[in-house]
Design a protein around this ligand. Sequence first.
Ligand code: CDP
Length: 232
Amino acid sequence: MANEIIITIDGTSSTGKSTLAKRIAKKLGYIYIDSGAMYRALTYYAISNNLISKDFIDKKALINDLSKLEIDFRKISLNDNLEIHLNGFPVESKIRSLKVSDLVSQLAAINEVRTHMVKIQHSLGKNKGVVMDGRDIGTVVFPNAELKFFLEASAKLRAERRFNELKITDKGVSYGEVFDNINLRDTQDMNRSNSPLKKAPDAVLINTENMNLEEVENEILNHISIALPNSL
Ligand code: CDP
């Protein structure tokens, strides 16, 4: 529709980006795109095909396979959000493991991988009406987005949040492993040369340390109602 915009939500892991982005998209009748799921789906593919492990990566084969892979978002049922698919199969349940989390940032630092993903992200946002979350959405993917948010919180709090989510599906996971993974990814994501994780100068910074999800959502909605009167 004519007045629809692009809203970007970037930030470190487990700051509530995806939950908030989903809720905001629903309120506005926008599409929600989880850009991290794309890098995770590729990592899941690479692990399944022995192209990556802790101390090995077959970069050449991975880059070669990129153009043959189908990474997209599809509706599973009429009321659902769009879900990540890899070569036509839903892979949401496979991509959140610590194994994928431990390797994803290594793969997300590869230039060809980023170019490929950004191309898909551009096509998903071409008609606007999108809330996209990630690391570089407000800086690189949609630098002209109308509204940008950047969420942050301490690594300790973020690891607690993520551990509480993960332990439901993965009984073997420890808090220490999750904390180490979050720190590792923060370092890798912030220090890569291509599209490092950083706040866009025009993004609204929200420190979620002492806020619950509703409070963060309300702050985001306040900004939206100023930028888009009558939209909510
Ligand atoms: O679930 P969590 O918030 O921890 O991460 P995610 O959004 O699923 O992203 C997983 C990883 O993908 C990040 O740690 C980054 O390495 C990479 N990523 C990226 O490089 N650029 C994006 N726009 C989104 C994710």
